[in-house]
Design a protein around this ligand. Structure first.
Ligand code: ADP
Ligand code: MG
Length: 244
């Protein structure tokens, strides 16, 4: 495991005075896969959104490679190229081909040459088994294929960290596996990832550490075997009982 890429210190987030994240402390090392588990409404999405600058925080600090992300030195537009995020809904542009969807960020935001970025995109497309779809339109693809394209679109910006927020939650069951496989493959390659999921078998297989949240707090941080075999808190046991 490498250097610390992300450091969260006493992070506080509230909506209209309602505290949604409470004193969140978490370090993520380069190459580490952290899976965030917890009941609906406990603050998992908000935590990822704060790390991507989609929500401002009200207290504490978020450090990326030692730099305070909210210091205003680096615009979030730039930081987001380093911290990629994939959501439950994939939001591909319907009027653009797969390749053009993927190249939008690399060409418009990163000002890379079409030739170089397209070579990158094609490499990534073949990794997820969708190179033959590069000229297709999103509506011609299944949900699982569209979500794999959304992952490629994020990866094509060459991020150093990837955030995944329930990326299989909206998919038909038979398409879940093909998307989880892509994430497992990324983990094996050493990508640093924060993953929110309700796929417990996947969580156990992919995670270096599990972070269990409830009520806006981190209740437990443990390696997956320890967490699933011997959850320490009553809240974690109660949560796991719903799955096993
Ligand atoms: P999770 O992803 O774990 O289900 P969320 O992070 O989405 O939880 O939400 C945590 C809490 O914050 C919930 O109580 C939710 O209602 C509230 N919340 C999330 N987003 C907003 C928002 N934009 N405005 C007000 N409240 C919000
Ligand atoms: Mg959520």
């Amino acid at each position: 495991m490498g250097e610390r890429l992300l450091q969260l210190r006493q992070v506080e987030k509230s909506f209209d005075g309602h505290r949604v994240l409470k004193r969140i402390d978490l370090d993520v090392a380069a190459g580490e896969v952290v899976v965030i588990l917890g009941p609906s409404g406990c603050g998992k999405s908000t935590l990822l959104r704060c790390l991507n600058g989609l929500e401002p925080i009200q207290g504490g600090t978020l450090l990326f490679k030692g730099e305070d992300l909210n210091a205003g030195k680096v615009p979030w537009r730039v930081t987001r190229q380093k911290i990629g995020m994939v959501f439950q809904s994939y939001h591909l542009f319907p009027h653009m081909t797969v390749l053009d969807n993927i190249l939008l960020g690399p060409l418009k935001v990163q000002k890379r040459s079409r030739r170089e970025a397209a070579a990158d995109a094609e490499k990534l497309l073949s990794r997820v088994g969708l190179l033959d779809k590069k000229n297709a339109y999103p509506r011609q693809l299944s949900g699982g294929q569209q979500q794999r394209i959304a992952i490629v679109r994020a990866l094509c910006m060459r991020p150093e960290v990837m955030l995944f927020d329930e990326v299989t939650a909206a998919l038909d069951p038979e398409m879940v596996k093909e998307v989880l496989e892509v994430m497992l493959d990324l983990a094996r390659e050493g990508m640093t990832m924060l993953i929110v999921t309700h796929e417990m078998r996947f969580a156990r297989a992919v995670a270096d550490r599990i972070v269990f949240m409830d009520g806006g707090e981190i209740c437990e941080i443990a390696p997956p075997d320890a967490f699933f075999n011997r959850p320490q808190s009553g809240r974690a046991r109660q949560f796991l009982n719903r799955f096993f």
